[in-house]
Design a binder for this molecule. Structure first.
Ligand code: 6FA
Ligand code: ABL
Length: 536
């Protein structure tokens, strides 16, 4: 069966695209390489203490930290060298779900958007109607493990910070702090899966195929005729054709979409040459005369982030989340199963804060802080109480100038080619300034001790020797950015009918963790695709 639209990837970008296209009556095929995630989607990755429920690891917000410590972590894409979710929901099935509505500047021309994109408000409103977000995710309206909020109030108030409900004031991102907000609904992981996916697959004109990988688009010059998959059940030899006026929407993520383009003969020639040398992928390429040279993979960004670890006598770090998957506290399990309330109804973050910095180059850069009980790692020569850990992660947010490059290696694994962090020394200088400010009021908070870094090093030295890979924030954007690779309708340049709707089109990082802003961008993108003449 030929389709009007083939959407590749069921992450936040793809799910919003598939939902809005099918809502408009188009015949849509949504293809996802991974399997189900949440229990009601068919997911079955569960634990003995969940017997008799349909909750999986992905449903329960409190299991978030165990994503990084589980030995059976089948959900990470094995052919991408950074964390990326390869299952229904993509990153939003496994991420921390911190959820921020975009600021005005997130879609500004200064941030790299065409002027036709500057008013994101109507699209953010559409998103909000589907995923309202919450900063008190437990269904009983109580807050759990909130001790770090008090500690942060004592730390940040003397620095001039104001406590706000963050998503009520998206543009107030200077000296602002508040409770962490999430895309959870009714105490469960929700995001685009419980909303857009749910309505998209309920429509008769939507077909969903999972466990199916798109290898490349098939094209005749600039005209895409269909997609080549690895699944013979989907079409002859895995090929799925488009209607004559049909379109393909790539939504495979910053790394995944770039790889599909390379394998379709679109991108820098060094990347396509690696595909050409591959015995399986090479023969699928169009002839070299049809290669389309675009800067796919260049100018990507990710927030550089640095952890500071503290202890405070009031903090309960929930045993540093160590047994939360294998052996969680029975009372918390009972409470969660009963009505999705309690500690397990939230992911680990508790507090977020922002501050703006003017920089020596005249730009403004924003710092974002995320505070959680527990710590991913502790390096210290101090004796410390391991049940009282608290981590502040400081991200350099909007305004960073550093950029890197991603691509593929000879094995066609998607990977970082040039690290995107601190290529501009001013980014490092501003983040270091931010860290110094954060700790400037530690002496004013009785009992608060910074244990990593400890007194054997200076903060400057800590930052200078921070392992590059630990700077990774998992917020990759920009491998197919708007203006360079796609036009203002998100159409891949020099093609007639190939579009991209995922984090790869975002030209620079938004002011907070990106999935809220990305979903607003996806609402806007799909509206532009539907409005563009010439389609089905
Ligand atoms: N963003 C936030 O806003 N808040 C957070 O707290 C947050 N936390 C994390 C986090 O803890 C981790 C570990 C990671 C990895 C990311 C986090 N992010 C957070 C970032 C956020 O999740 C991402 O920015 C967001 O998910 C990006 O959305 P995209 O739509 O651009 O791409 P995805 O990778 O989510 O989805 C791509 C989908 O395509 C996947 O389902 C994948 O399986 C599928 N796919 C890939 N290649 C394919 C192919 N060839 N064929 C078929 N399907 C394919
Ligand atoms: C995000 O936006 C980041 O991408 C994640 O890295 C972050 O989670 C979540 N949000 C929550 O703030 C952290 C975990 O809390 C750490 O335990 C883990 O070591 C780290 O991700 C790995 O990158």
């Amino acid at each position: 069966t030929p389709y009007d639209y083939i959407v590749v990837g069921a992450g936040p970008g793809g799910l919003i695209a598939a939902d809005r296209l099918s809502e408009a009556g188009k015949k849509v095929l949504l293809i996802e390489r991974g399997g189900p995630s949440l229990g009601w989607t068919g997911g079955n990755y569960t634990a003995p203490w969940l017997a008799g429920t349909n909750f999986t690891k992905f449903d329960i917000p409190g299991l978030f930290e165990s994503m990084f410590t589980d030995s059976n972590s089948f959900w990470w894409c094995k052919d991408i060298t950074t964390f990326a979710g390869c299952l229904l929901g993509g990153g939003t099935a496994v991420n921390g779900a911190l959820y921020w509505f975009p600021t005005t500047q997130d879609f500004s021309t200064a941030a790299g958007w065409p002027s036709s994109w500057n008013n994101a408000d109507p699209y953010t409103a559409k998103l909000k109607a589907r995923v309202p977000g919450t900063d008190d995710p437990s269904t009983d309206g109580k807050r759990y493990l909130e001790e770090s909020f008090n500690v942060m109030t004592q730390l940040l108030t003397p620095q001039g910070y104001t406590n706000i409900t963050i998503n009520n004031n998206p543009n107030f991102k200077d000296h602002a702090y508040g409770y962490s907000a999430f895309s959870f609904i009714n105490g469960r992981r929700a995001g685009p899966i419980a909303t857009y996916y749910k309505t998209a697959v309920a429509r008769k004109n939507t077909v969903y195929f999972d466990y199916t990988t798109v290898l490349n688009v098939v094209r005749n010059g600039s005209q895409i005729t269909g997609v080549q998959t690895d699944n013979p059940l989907i079409g002859p030899a895995g090929f799925v054709p488009l209607n004559p006026k049909g379109r393909v929407v790539l939504a495979a993520g910053t790394f995944g979409t770039a790889r599909i383009l390379f394998r379709s003969g679109i991108g820098p020639s060094d990347m396509i040459s690696l595909v050409q040398a591959d015995p399986v992928a090479g023969p699928m390429l169009p002839p070299q005369s049809q290669w389309i040279n675009l800067p796919v993979g260049y100018n990507v960004s990710d927030n550089p982030s640095i952890n500071l670890v503290f202890t405070h006598p009031t903090i309960n770090d929930y045993d540093n989340w160590a047994d939360v998957w294998t052996d969680p506290p029975a009372a918390d399990v009972a409470q969660y199963i009963k009505n999705q309330s309690g500690v397990l109804a939230s992911a680990s973050p508790r507090v977020n804060f922002w501050r703006a910095y003017s920089s020596p180059d005249g730009r403004t850069r924003w710092l974002q802080g995320t505070v959680r009980p527990g710590a991913a790692s502790v390096t210290t020569n101090y004796p410390y109480n391991a049940s009282q850990l608290m981590t502040i992660t400081a991200y350099l947010s909007t305004g960073i100038t550093s950029r890197g490059r991603i691509g593929i290696n000879a094995g066609l694994t998607a990977t970082i080619l040039q690290n995107p962090w601190f290529t501009d020394p001013i980014d490092k200088q501003v983040l270091l300034q931010g860290l110094n400010d954060i700790i400037s009021t530690v002496p004013l908070v009785p009992g608060l001790t910074m244990i990593t870094p400890d007194n054997t090093t200076t903060l400057t030295n800590y930052v200078n020797t921070y392992p590059a890979s630990n700077l990774n924030s998992n917020h990759w954007v920009g491998s197919c950015q708007i203006g360079a690779v796609v036009d203002e309708n998100t159409k891949v340049k020099n093609t007639n009918n190939l579009f991209i709707i995922d984090a790869s089109i975002i030209p620079s990082l938004p002011t907070g963790n990106p999935h809220g802003m990305l979903m607003s961008a996806a609402e806007q993108a799909v509206a532009k695709v539907l409005a563009l003449s010439g389609g089905p």
